[in-house]
Design a protein around this ligand. Sequence first.
Ligand SMILES: Nc1nc2c(ncn2[C@@H]2O[C@H](COP(=O)(O)OP(=O)(O)O)[C@@H](O)[C@H]2O)c(=O)[nH]1
Ligand SMILES: [Mg+2]
Ligand SMILES: [Zn+2]
Ligand SMILES: [Zn+2]
Length: 282
Amino acid sequence: MCTTCGCGGGNATIDGLALLLPRYRKRATIPAQSSYRLPGHDNAPLGAAHAPDMTPERILHIEEDILADNDAQAAENRNRIAARGLFALNFVSSPGSGKTTLLVDTIRRWAARTPLAVIEGDQQTANDAERIRATGAPAVQINTGKGCHLDARMISLALDRLAAERHLPQNGLLLIENVGNLVCPAAFDLGEAHKVVILSVTEGEDKPLKYPDMFRAADLLLVSKIDLLPYLDFSVDTAIRYARQIRPDLPVICVSAKTSEGCDAWLAWLEAGCAALQGRTG
Ligand SMILES: Nc1nc2c(ncn2[C@@H]2O[C@H](COP(=O)(O)OP(=O)(O)O)[C@@H](O)[C@H]2O)c(=O)[nH]1
Ligand SMILES: [Mg+2]
Ligand SMILES: [Zn+2]
Ligand SMILES: [Zn+2]
């Protein structure tokens, strides 16, 4: 179990094979029974989203330990990714915002600019990896089972798998689609260069205010499905204003994978990121 949010990572798989994740350090110290509940809320434990039966102090310590362990693994991943000359992006959003559709469209447009590989994260199914593979790009599917986010250990193992299959590119793109969830993926560094948060116009403008950690953690906001704007009351300006209340300098690109509007600007952002990386690494 991941005690940062209480999600179960024990049954994770990669392309259907069981993942033997190294244990987080303090997991064995979680007591079987101790609880702190909000007065008057019999079923509402205080603390992390779904971690019942822990005192707030213990939750805090375990969270710190787990995130420190994750950060150490993420730093290793980042070195490995840099050594391959890869521009790595971690796509985060709620389910259904259009991450996979945008990745498929991006991969088709990216064409032969550089090699690339994709790591897909979902609780169940290999649907998204199959959608990516249909473009001809290599993809590995991580299924987190009861887990609600990818973590750096999973990415390390996915990199191993890509390398073993000779699909880990040299000098190119590594695109990671996280589990659809605007909460927990914000806390977990995977070793990426940037988190890219996608907010579709069907979700409402106020999501940046409701889920500020995610919008604070991201370095780019893609407002997606803008082809649907004529049918909705969604105000792009308001959404951007809310996002910039959380993160004042957040760059924003509005896109539609359906009409391709905004996709040139998105591709230009990707190319600039790749070029900056190549400039740094020579
Ligand atoms: N109208 C419209 N629908 C889209 C667009 N992008 C994705 N969708 C639809 O949104 C749904 C969820 O897309 P998907 O890529 O699976 O989202 P994910 O869960 O974030 O990976 C699918 O039915 C897509 O066809 C878009 O730009 N415009
Ligand atoms: Mg998807
Ligand atoms: Zn969670
Ligand atoms: Zn978790």
